[in-house]
Design a binder for this molecule. Structure first.
Ligand code: BV8
Ligand code: ZN
Length: 241
């Protein structure tokens, strides 16, 4: 055990309230490409170009092709030891732990996490652009692209695109967790997307100790007491008993 890991394990044991914010990096070891890492997402598009209401307005077929491609990969993906360690931490700490994710892949749920604040929505839910109805759509690929609602309007993935507000309830939960955190774990995220990344500052200003788990440096490393350079699938099982 390196000293860093030892005293982070001790902090995990001692903390009465731990918040964790995860990003695409925690699903990398499950075979899901991250947004900004090597082998990033789809063809020559950047997420900021496709994950927007304008892109959907302009070419719903292309945007749905992108999400179907991602759903196909996610469907075959399994949770990895990083997801499972966070599910164990929730069982250990009960209400003393809150998981917040930017991911839309649902792997935290399939790893057994019961209470996940999904800041950016869920790729397995679709929302009608007309009547607003939200349903789970598990089949891959979808029957028709772009899919239509019974009311005749276009269905969209029930995810948060750039320029769209985060879901009220999940964001309030995340802010509450950030405020209460004695220990804040920033896991597998490049910490460039706001307001999610702002939760780290919020936690720090509430006196939280911060640990970053990422093979690369992040712009928020200066806020961290621990910057553990490595894959979440290897590090998390070592800090959760
Ligand atoms: C909003 C869902 C306002 C869809 C996503 C200028 C400055 C600051 C902010 C802005 C700005 N211009 C615009 C903004 C706001 C904008 C923003 O932050 N833009 C960024 C790009 C600058 N934010 C928004 O638009 C948000 N909305 O602000 O609304 C508003 C308010 C009221 C009313 C109206 C409007 C909405 C943001 C949400 C966008 N949706 N995704 C989809 O997935 O298709 S964002 C997308 O990026 C994903 O959600 C993803 O989670 C998120 C962040 O990416 P990461 O998860 O961090 O993934 P990334 O690839 O970047 O990094 C992976 C990391 O993992 C790397 O660090 C890598 O080293 C590491 N890693 C790799 N392997 C491993 C690993 N770590 C651990 N283990 C490993 N094995
Ligand atoms: Zn409808």
């Amino acid at each position: 055990m390196t000293p860093d890991l030892d005293d982070l394990r001790a902090a995990v044991r001692a903390s009465h309230f731990i918040a964790a914010l995860t990003g695409a990096g925690i699903s990398a070891e499950s075979g899901i490409p991250t947004f900004r890492g090597p082998g990033g997402l789809w063809r020559s598009f950047r997420p900021e170009e496709l994950a927007t209401p304008e892109a959907f307005q302009r070419d719903p077929h292309l945007v749905w092709e992108w999400y179907n491609w991602r759903r196909g990969i996610i469907r075959r993906a399994e949770p990895n030891p990083g997801h499972r360690a966070l599910a164990s931490l929730e069982r250990l700490k009960g209400d003393g732990f809150r998981l917040i994710t930017q991911n839309i892949d649902g792997l935290h749920d399939s790893a057994g996490s019961r209470h996940v604040a999904k800041l950016h929505g869920d790729i397995w839910r679709v929302r009608c652009t007309g009547c607003g109805s939200v349903t789970r759509h598990e089949e891959v690929p979808l029957r028709s692209v772009p899919p239509l609602c019974a009311c005749g309007a276009l269905l969209r993935p029930d995810v948060v695109w750039f320029g769209e507000p985060l879901p009220e309830l999940e964001w309030r939960e995340a802010v509450d967790a950030g405020r209460r955190a004695q220990l804040f774990l920033l896991i597998g995220t490049s910490a460039v997307v706001y307001p999610a990344a702002g939760l780290v500052e919020l936690a720090r200003s509430g006196g939280a100790r911060v640990a970053v788990i990422n093979p690369e440096a992040t712009p928020l490393d200066h806020l961290a007491e621990w910057a553990l350079r490595g894959p979440a699938g290897e590090i998390l099982p070592q800090i959760v008993d």
